[in-house]
Design a binder for this molecule. Structure first.
Ligand code: NAD
Ligand code: APR
Ligand code: ZN
Length: 252
């Protein structure tokens, strides 16, 4: 099994307040492609063409169909042991916040309660004119030149995800920063930490006095700032980590 730094286990066992940031890496073992790994999404599709407002206004039906495709993908996969380990950890820690950059809804499906979705959620849609939710509108039916439109006002329907160039939802970001200020331990899981402001959260927590650990297949852009670097698969490391913390809490 994995040999964890004793300080990490002790702090997690005693912690009242813990925050976790996850990126695409925690969903990789569920079969959801990451963005920048070999074979990742940005290798096959260019975000300039699909994940920004200009691209959407230029080709609304194309972008709607791409997100319908990604929706189908995430509906066909299951949360993995990494997602479930974080549900277990949430139950042990009085003040637990799960901050995710992922839009695949897998944390909610696994049973996580306190989920802060920094980049939105693939399963939600809204009308760009009246803002009404439009989750039930079938984006797959968008045909060439006939994009899916709002049943109320006829405006274009877009997925409720944050695109390149867009600001993050203010409330989610505020909740994430507040969690960084309170956290005694901060875990950064499966993110390359190249996209801000999400990538700045682990450093924010460290500045506020948290013990920060990274769980990743390979060191991220902020690995040097971490108090602990656990290299390996999130789906293997997280369950072992949570088991060690449970043991320490029971022994304590
Ligand atoms: P930004 O430049 O920090 O975010 C763009 C980031 O997206 C870059 O740092 C890069 O890592 C990545 N990116 C851009 N072009 C890419 C490409 N061709 N291939 C792979 N990755 C690419 O800031 P921004 O673009 O102005 O975005 C504003 C906010 O939106 C940021 O705060 C960011 O957190 C968020 N965002 C969300 C998404 C998303 O798809 N949900 C993508 C990027 C940024
Ligand atoms: N276990 C742990 N880490 C993993 C695993 C795994 N099984 N598989 C991949 N990783 C790591 C990779 O090493 C990499 O550091 O996950 C990270 C994936 O990085 P990205 O593909 O860049 O995904 P992410 O960091 O979530 O991207 C941030 O950029 O395009 C935007 O909005 C998009 O939310 C995304 C943001
Ligand atoms: Zn509308």
């Amino acid at each position: 099994t994995f040999a964890f730094p004793p300080e990490l286990i002790e702090r997690l066992a005693r912690a009242r307040s813990v925050a976790v940031l996850t990126g695409a890496g925690i969903s990789a073992e569920s079969g959801v492609p990451t963005f920048r790994d070999p074979g990742g999404l940005w290798e096959r599709f260019r975000p300039e063409e699909l994940a920004n407002v200009q691209a959407f206004l230029r080709n609304p039906d194309l972008v709607q169909r791409w997100y319908a495709y990604r929706r189908r993908l995430v509906r066909e996969v299951e949360p993995n042991p990494g997602h479930y380990a974080l549900v277990e950890l949430e139950r042990m820690v009085p003040d637990f916040t799960l901050i995710t950059q992922n839009v695949d809804n897998l944390h909610r499906r696994a049973g996580s309660q306190r989920v802060v979705e920094l980049h939105g959620n693939l399963l939600r849609s809204y009308c760009i004119d009246c803002g009404r939710p439009a989750d039930e509108v079938d984006l797959e039916a968008a045909a060439e030149g006939k994009p899916a439109r709002c049943p109320t006002c006829g405006g274009l329907i877009r997925p409720d995800v944050v695109w390149f160039g867009e600001m993050l939802p203010e409330e989610a970001l505020a909740e994430a920063y507040a969690a960084c200020e309170r956290a005694e331990v901060f875990l950064s899981v499966g993110t390359s930490a190249v996209v801000y402001p999400a990538a700045g959260l682990p450093l924010e927590a460290k500045r506020a006095g948290a013990y920060v650990a990274e769980i990743n297949l390979q060191p991220s852009a902020i690995a040097d700032e971490m108090d602990a670097l656990l290299l390996g698969k999130a789906g293997e490391i997280l369950p072992a980590l949570v088991a060690a913390v449970r043991q320490a809490r029971n022994a304590g």
